[in-house]
Structure formats: C-alpha cells, structure tokens
Design a protein. Structure first.
Length: 219
C-alpha cells in the first residue's frame, strides 16, 4: 500500500456495522496512487458480518492493522486507539469514515496539497462555528499526538474542539467545498450508536468559546 510520494500517511478508519459500505470504502481505497499510506481499522464492536469482512480484507492485505474492540469506543476513543497504532514515521493522520467511495486515484495527493501546516479536509460546515468536515480530515501527526480527540466529546464536537486547538496554536485549516470528483461521502450508514454518548449536549456558547483565534479557510 505504498507508492512514490515522500509523504507518509496513516489512515485511521473506524467501522461499526454497515458491512457493504465498509467493503466499498476499503475496496475503492485501493485505487490510491502516489502516496505511501497504511490503513489502520478499528472496529467498534460490530456484528459478525462486518467483523468477518474485515478479517478477510486483513488477510488479503487490504488492511495493514486491524483492531477489533470488545466495546464501542465511539468516534473520539476509536480514533485515539487507531492513532496509537500508527507507524512512527507518518507525517499525517487521516480520519476517514467507513461510508465513503474514492472516485479519483489522486484524492489523497490533493488532500496533502491542500494542507499548509495543520488540517485539510474534503467538505466544510458553513454555520458557526465554521469548520471543516471530519469524515475525511488530514492532520499533521504531531498536532494530533499533541492534542488528540477529547473523549469527553464525541463525534462532531471532538473534531470541532481539535480544530479550535489547532487554530489557537497558530496553524492553518483548509477545506475544499467541491470535492465530489475526489470522494463521495454516503453519510450516516453506521446508525445511531453515538446518540447517548457523553458530550453530545454541549452548550453552543461553550463550543464557540473554544475558538480564540484563527479562521478556517474555505476553498
């Protein structure tokens, strides 16, 4: 799973059921060119069909590292587990959902090109707080290891807080609005397992106060 670029990327992918989408995500990922990457999959205690598909894909060499959780660690916890298994020479970590479809072989090269020291992403959120989408978010590995995802906040709030910390530390965040040529996000295919997670009811004023300086750039 490597190619010609000097950049090294650890792709962190969480899975939770939705086996057909998991298979599509990992299968289409194989078209990636010109970037040296590894795929780390953390399964958040899916039912048997998804776990069987993951084991088969792992044996086929489509997954570099497979961690099968015995509980649902949810978004923040699962990505932190995946990051802990990343190779030490990775320049970037990529948080990548398991309900996507890669549409172009240069998608990852483009995402790296967008990154100017901090975070880059396909997809943006155009309401306050302005931020990039977390379904395909590339972050410099040293920044992720510095801050990590706050497990007191799940899903979008953990990613939002991470973005605030990166901006406040003086780094850049860039999001590409028109990205369908590169990747398609089906969205919401893993169900509602996050619904009762802690931190989902955070007060919006608290979220806005996370952002002390810097602005997200929409391209």
């Amino acid at each position: 799973m490597s190619n010609t670029s000097h950049d090294k990327v650890s792709i962190l992918m969480l899975t939770y059921n939705a086996p057909s989408y998991v298979y599509k995500s990992i299968r289409t990922l194989q078209m990636t060119k010109d970037v040296d990457y590894e795929l780390i999959v953390v399964d958040n205690h899916s039912k048997l069909p998804t776990r069987l598909i993951l084991k088969i894909l792992s044996r086929m060499g489509r997954i570099n590292k497979l961690i099968l959780n015995k509980h649902n660690a949810l978004f923040a916890g699962g990505n932190n587990i995946a990051a802990a298994h990343a190779r030490s020479d990775s320049n970037y970590y990529l948080l990548l959902n398991s309900d996507i479809q890669i549409n172009s072989s240069d998608w990852l090269s483009k995402l790296i090109e967008l990154n100017e020291g901090g975070i880059s992403s396909f997809g943006i959120v155009e309401n306050e707080p302005y931020r990039v989408d977390g379904y395909c978010m590339l972050i410099e590995s040293n920044l992720y290891n510095k801050f990590k995802l706050d497990e007191n906040f799940q899903w979008w709030w953990s990613v939002t807080k991470l973005q605030a910390q990166v901006l406040n530390d003086g780094y850049r965040i860039r999001g590409l609005k028109d990205h369908e040529h590169y990747i398609h996000h089906f969205g919401g295919k893993s169900g509602q397992g996050f619904k009762d997670a802690k931190g989902m009811d955070v007060d919006m004023n608290s979220v806005l106060n996370w952002f002390e300086k810097g602005t997200v750039e929409f391209l």
